[in-house]
Design a protein around this ligand. Sequence first.
Ligand SMILES: [Zn+2]
Length: 627
Amino acid sequence: MPTHLPQPTTHTNQTHWTPGIPFKAGPGLPAGHGATAAVPAPALAPSPPEVIFKPNLLSKLINMEPTAGTFTLDAAALQQARAIQNRDGRLDRFAIELGLNSAEEALRAVSATLGLQVVDPTSITLDLNCLEGFPAKIIHRHTIFPLCVEGESVLVATANPFDLQAIDAAGSALGKPVTPVVMFPDELAKLIKTHLGLGAETVEGLIALQTDQNGEVEMLEEVTDDGSEAAEAAKQASVVRLVNEILTEAVDARASDVHIETHEGGIKLRYRIDGVLQKQPTPPEIDRFRNAIVSRLKILAKLNIAEKRVPQDGRIKLRVSGREVDVRVSVIPMLFGESIVMRILDKNKLEFSLRGIGMPEDIYREFRQLISLPHGIVLVTGPTGSGKTTTLYSALAEIKSEDTKIITTEDPIEYHLDGINQIQVNHKVGLTFAASLRSILRHDPDVILVGEIRDLETAENATQASLTGHMVFSTLHTNDAAGAFMRLGDMGVEPFLVSSTLEGVLAQRLVRVLCKECREPYVPVHDEIPEDFPWEQYQAGGQPIYRAAGCRACRNVGYRGRVGIYELLRVNDEIRRLANERATTLEIQKAATRLGMKTLRQSGWERVLGGSTTIEEVIRVTKTDHG
Ligand SMILES: [Zn+2]
């Protein structure tokens, strides 16, 4: 029986520890609690808890000890509390039976009886050195947490004062004496979650699974495995849980991608949220499971788990919190093992409407006119992840009708669109964008969407389709709208073909939207902002602009969600003439601006002046096309 738990002797400001009022065991201190009883325990929190009793129970079960400033239970009551804690994992029922206001009050009484201090996490300065080297497994299994060093021992918080064996186990693992203190279950869970990240939620998540159908992660397709050793490891409950949790957390955090990267000796988990990668805290123990995690994901994605030398692609269909989620999985063998990137397509979040994606009214009206033309080419440009596909899908949704036949050719098909004929490009069998475009024409479409124009053949087929009376939508990798002419010219498309078919180019970016909960109004320093910022307009407007801060609602990032900024170039006679003369991008840009085109930057500054994003964010997403 461990007897080396010392009484705290030195006192720092780390806790609101009150030094040694001698421990007085309650009358009902049970046998088997020698570890606690033998130790002079710390005194209780200085202010007595406010406890309101039902008078009839008060006399029977609770002795008031004014000297210690709190209440203790008699043997029978303590026994009852123990039984309830063991059965329910909390003391709610005990509190009700005693007539106390809450399980917290019951926990205070039990702790007082056992001579344990109840601590408030906000009053403690955590010493994270204690956490390092503390076995995460013990933290998770027993729901305990090392707080700080007090004298020669480590203070360890538990929510179950009856389960001090766990704390003894922690002491053995640490090779140091430990002093147990009690924390309310919710506060302890929050502490563990904050400092151990994802894996720490497993227990909580499991409880939620049992009680809340909506919290369930459900595989929407039958999963089979090959019975191998790797498959067995992947089936282990803890790995299944961990993988479910990685996916659930990603969906809850609105992540678009999950990156699981293997490094020498470990694993790194990152989510892409609002276009920016963010590292997810994970318990160090996760490294040991990396192969099992990869195998589990490969099984879910119906990939060959024995094959570890070549890249593989698959899909997982899930239901998370009642929402249907499609996950596209890519596995690539890297130097230290297979890395996985998952693209999450949350079908419930989809809204394909130009107004719904936040297109400003002036851009919307012009773009609406463009996409309603009977024939021609309309391009959307921008880097990967700038929302081009969403804009084009929204355009299709806008013009979709019973008398319009729409066919798309995509690589890959990201969303299934109702009422639209979609073709998946398949390079293995020669079904490229260019080849599918030729075939599409025989199906007599009105509108064609080509995923991307990236070679001469596709570009020429698109112009042919346009010249024969079809409307063609596509995307192009250029920084700005005017650059589309140069890009097509570089591919080898004749200028007259471009000028006679291209009707408009929409360049776009996504800027992150400031979190409304924590954005901070400020006055920027004139010399520190870009020259093209509309300073006078800002000063005349009298509206504040904001910078990002960070709070709980936005996971400390300062932003939540994204919105588009746009540059719409309408091709008129002057632009056509310039294109025919092989004018430079800058010349075309100047002409378009003269004719009233708003640039991406100007569109971004409007968002800044409107209070929805920051100057930094506009600079970040437009830096390639300015200056
Ligand atoms: Zn915030």
